[in-house]
Design a protein around this ligand. Structure first.
Ligand SMILES: C[S@@+](CC[C@H](N)C(=O)[O-])C[C@H]1O[C@@H](n2cnc3c(N)ncnc32)[C@H](O)[C@@H]1O
Length: 395
């Protein structure tokens, strides 16, 4: 089906409410999570959903944009295309950006930031690309009003995203603002290698967790799998946890539509049932962080936490073990961790028959030390680290 190339609607007119426009949207994610993100987007009603590299393209209206920010567990950012054009050099980029109706998105006293990514293009320096785009916007304001918006990299009123590929530029509004993995429920200062919330949710979904099975993380650290699991089991939208979103600063922010979506999301939280979600760790500090985060989210009554080594893992015969054991970033650590992985493999064999296990590790060598044959493996990226998510059936 042919979908018109859509540009973010500017000022709403009574005859054409913004909610009825078809917007061209792109949700970014970590490499390897595109398939689960595409499923999530189908579920919230996105149309023409297409998995791409590190993101998913789809179409929708403003309501879809708000729902995407509120509900997507594996997206980093939700982008709305403003314009697409050829940009081989500075002049073309500057002229195309300057032409756009920036007053519809930003006031002359507002602040802005521009993120850029570029590949296989004449202009490959992302800082340069951001700078040209900022120049075009602030020059236009200054020439028309005598006043110009300023730049605020951290907390701007308007965050733009430029993606240049084969000299073709897609310039988008970043409707999320701060990346969506920052759900607002935890501080991980001083905690060993906490996973990003979006990656933890993606691993759970890729492993088939639906919220109905028991979930155990015997090396839970700050509890990211457990908390994301509890959010899934209780059907809590990650965007309900009190953070702000970029779209709230937009002049067309539809507060009443947003409040309706929030009320609907609150009404669908599952308060009954007693999902079994349990975690342990040897580090008291990590457990403190896990408890604080669970309390912050309001799922502390759903998650059981205890201080224990995985070797004391209690026998269970159904459900899922999902964990990322220490992976040893420094030279020399890998050797020490080999024993931990092989002991962990033995514990899984002995104490977890009837369960499935889903283990994230960045080390092929350590993965081999588990001593079990995986029936499936996925490649995922934890920041710059290429990792394997190994899936095991424990008989
Ligand atoms: C990579 S971290 C897990 C991070 C966690 N997924 C999170 O998001 O915060 C590995 C954890 O394994 C724990 N650990 C190491 N040896 C352990 C053992 N024998 N039993 C239980 N936990 C252990 C560490 O204390 C650390 O918290």
């Amino acid at each position: 089906m042919d979908v018109p190339v859509v540009i973010m609607p500017t000022k709403r007119k009574p005859s054409a409410p913004a909610t009825h426009h078809t917007l061209k949207l792109f949700a970014t994610t970590a490499a390897g999570l595109e398939d689960v993100l595409a499923e999530e987007i189908q579920e919230i009603g996105g149309s023409n959903v297409t998995a791409k590299v590190r993101g998913v393209g789809f179409y929708g209206d403003l309501n879809t944009v708000y729902r995407a920010n509120l509900w997507l567990r594996t997206a980093h950012r939700v982008l709305v295309a403003l314009a697409e054009f050829e940009a081989r050099d500075r002049e073309a980029l500057y002229a195309n950006v300057r032409e756009l109706p920036w007053h519809d998105h930003l006031s002359k006293h507002g602040t802005l930031a521009v993120d850029a990514v570029a590949s296989t293009s004449e202009m490959n320096h992302t800082r340069f690309i951001s700078q040209v785009i900022k120049d075009a916007i602030v020059d236009k304001f200054r020439d028309q009003t005598g006043t110009r918006p300023s730049v605020d990299a951290n907390n701007p009123d308007l965050r733009l995203n430029a993606r240049l590929r084969d000299n073709h530029c897609t310039l988008s509004l970043d409707t999320s603002g701060t990346r969506l993995h920052r759900r607002g429920y935890r501080s991980t200062y001083g905690i060993e290698a906490p996973l990003k919330e979006t990656l933890a949710a993606g691993i759970l979904l890729k492993s088939g967790y639906s919220g109905d099975q028991p979930l155990v993380d015997p090396m839970c650290g700050s509890g990211t799998f457990l908390i994301e699991g509890a959010l899934i089991a209780r059907n809590i939208a990650p965007g309900l946890l009190g953070r702000r979103f970029g779209f709230m600063q937009h002049p067309d922010f539809d507060r009443s539509m947003w409040q309706t979506l929030i009320a609907d999301a609150k009404a669908t939280i599952k308060r009954d049932g007693d999902p079994f979600i349990s975690g342990s760790d040897i580090s008291e500090k990590a457990l403190r962080a896990a408890r604080a985060a669970a309390q912050g989210v309001g799922v502390d009554d759903t998650i059981r936490l205890r201080r224990a080594s995985f070797e004391d893992q209690k026998n269970r015969d159904n459900g899922m073990v999902v964990t990322n054991p220490p992976y040893g970033e420094r030279l020399g650590e890998i050797g020490q961790l080999a024993d931990l992985y092989s002991t962990f493999g033995d514990v899984l064999k002995k104490n977890c028959q009837g369960m499935t296990a889903h283990i994230l590790t960045s080390s092929k060598f350590l993965a081999g030390r588990i001593g079990l044959r995986s029936h499936k493996r996925d490649i995922l990226w934890n920041g710059p680290l290429e990792c394997r998510l190994l899936h095991f059936r424990l008989y």
